[in-house]
Design a protein around this ligand. Structure first.
Ligand SMILES: O=C(O)CCC(=O)C(=O)O
Length: 342
């Protein structure tokens, strides 16, 4: 690799650190972090917010320079391109209430949003306690909500017709609206995510809800990929439990006496999964020294009605994620726009 004459470059894992004695002093103490995306076929060096006068040339990588404040049109276009689901994939989701889909994101989009979303998580995060000072829930991940309201580029991601359309097709509905988004960052050394079903928290009338779980890097076993109990949405026992030590123990022992397959698989870069509100799922601890970066978008049927809340968590969700919605009526607050059809 050849670089501008004033740069030193160091490759650490899948990141490159460029140090410069000119022009970068006011950014990250003189360091600019960039992503290497290596799919085996292509190698991209993706540079964010480089000062215009810093020119980098590479014989090894395709070099892409971005101005982070503007969403590149190639990414905007990609987020609109449909992902073609086969009838078998839709059947699989209907039966198991989860599915993993490869190639939902391309390399460019993944690298771009890994940086944009991580920067926003770092800005929004208020957790300062050490892992050993937190509850089981607190150890599982840093949890930041509705990032789409904080950044126009993240709004374009969360509102992506590509992902929203897949959600609608999997649930067999005419359209979907947003319930909310959340970033779930499992820190290095972070704990397991206990078994649970999401819809315990949601005051939603039907089961047509789905979460797109979107890892922002390849996620091997050691990092705590999402695990599913395939088809367990039919089990009622355990639905009443909030996330914690009790849900881990009770749901695990309930599922052990069933034939539902416990699916634990790594995610490759660009792969994401969809799981419905009542299917039981968990994640292992993060045993690596890298943070597990995950963005999620929760969708519901565009005609979803608000039900009378059945617990305090559902009252809290009503006030927070669909304020002003009325019991028995379609949830149509300004926080719940229809994302597909766009
Ligand atoms: O990311 C995790 O560890 C858990 C995610 C989860 O439970 C969910 O998205 O519903």
């Amino acid at each position: 690799m050849t670089l501008g004459f004033f740069c030193a470059i160091e490759i650490r894992g899948n990141r490159v650190m460029i140090q410069s004695n000119m022009g970068l002093k006011n950014r990250m103490n003189g360091n600019v972090f960039v992503n290497i995306v290596d799919s085996g076929k292509n190698r991209h060096l993706v540079l964010f917010n480089m000062p215009l006068h810093l020119y980098i040339h590479s014989d090894i990588f395709t070099v892409k320079h971005y101005n982070m404040s503007l969403l590149p049109s190639s990414i905007r276009e990609f987020l609109r391109q449909p992902y073609h689901l086969s009838p078998d994939q839709i059947d699989f989701y209907q039966q198991n209430r989860f599915i993993k889909l490869k190639g939902m994101l391309n390399e460019e989009t993944l690298a771009y949003y890994a940086d944009v979303i991580t920067a926003k998580v770092n800005e929004m995060n208020k957790e300062t306690r050490q892992l050993n000072e937190r509850s089981t829930y607190g150890k599982a991940f840093l949890q930041l909500f509705n990032l789409w309201r904080e950044d126009e580029r993240i709004r374009e991601f969360v509102f992506s017709p590509r992902i929203a359309r897949a959600a609608a097709e999997l649930m067999l509905c005419d359209g979907v609206r947003l319930y909310h988004d959340q970033a779930l960052y499992k820190e290095a050394g972070g704990g397991f995510t206990p078994w649970h079903a999401d819809q315990y928290y949601w005051p939603l009338e039907t089961d047509k809800s789905v979460t797109a779980w979107i890892p922002l890097q390849a996620t091997p076993f050691e990092m705590g990929p999402l695990e599913f109990s395939a088809g367990s949405h039919v089990v009622v026992e355990g639905r009443e439990l909030e996330i914690g030590d009790e849900s881990e123990i009770l749901i695990q022992s309930r599922l052990r006496v069933t034939d539902f397959k416990h699916v634990v698989e790594p995610y490759e870069a660009g792969e994401m999964s969809f799981h419905s509100g009542w299917v039981f799922h968990r994640a292992g601890p993060n045993q690596t020294d890298q943070i597990r970066k995950v963005m999620t978008v929760i969708y519901m049927d565009k005609d979803m009605k608000l039900k009378q809340p059945e617990n305090d968590n559902q009252v809290n969700d009503w006030n927070t994620w669909c304020p002003g919605a009325k019991v028995g009526e379609i949830i149509d607050s300004p926080l719940n726009p229809v994302l597909y059809p766009a």
